[in-house]
Design a protein around this ligand. Structure first.
Ligand code: AMP
Length: 177
């Protein structure tokens, strides 16, 4: 049986949300039941027997994949959100943007030192968001089982900014051509 090519279900949107950016629109993938199912299975495959207790994901597109992975792994879901969105006390991690910095936050009680955490997002670009997510997990005293990304924008070399000791699982590599 030929495996589906998930790249066929990701649409490049030029100059969005601003000039010079090629936005990777994953909504066609989400809309296709078989491809979405396949993608979630592939993202989860290396982590089925690692005792993962929590899946942390960054808003907003990572949430769709992460919650489906939680269901497969019988794990809890931890949303990492932009500042000011979560209603109870938070811990925060900063990351660098093209101009300036930003933060992501989780509830301070969301992850404990007993947890084994998988970090999930749709796109690995510069790695800033993924690094901040790992910092939140480390600050909580938990173990990081790994990262799972639908795609990596190889030309941005984001993986070079990540902790090399954290396993990195990527389904699709995108070159800058
Ligand atoms: P970064 O922190 O630079 O690795 O950026 C990763 C985050 O930004 C992820 O949450 C992605 O959803 C989003 N992102 C970055 N670049 C793109 C892109 N070209 N298309 C879609 N989403 C992107």
């Amino acid at each position: 049986m030929q495996l589906p090519n998930i790249e066929d279900y990701i649409v490049d949107v030029m100059d969005w949300p601003k000039k010079g950016i090629v936005f990777k629109d994953i909504t066609p993938l989400l809309e296709n039941p078989a491809i979405f199912h396949f993608t979630v299975d592939q993202l989860t495959a290396p982590y089925l027997t690692q005792g993962i207790t929590k899946v942390l994901s960054m808003e907003a597109r990572g949430f769709m994949f992460a919650s489906a992975i939680c269901y497969k792994l019988h794990a809890g879901f931890v949303p990492a959100r932009k500042p000011g969105k979560l209603p109870r006390p938070v811990i925060s991690a900063e990351y660098i943007l093209e101009y300036g910095t930003d933060n992501i936050e989780i509830h301070e009680c969301a992850i404990t030192s007993d947890d084994v955490v998988l970090i999930v997002d749709d796109v690995l670009a510069t790695g800033g968001t993924a690094n901040a997510a790992a910092k939140l997990v480390k600050d909580s005293g938990a173990t990081i089982a790994g990262y799972a990304f639908v795609m990596e924008l190889d030309f941005l070399k984001g993986r070079e900014n990540l902790d090399p000791d954290i396993p990195l699982h990527v389904l699709l590599h995108v070159s800058g051509d």
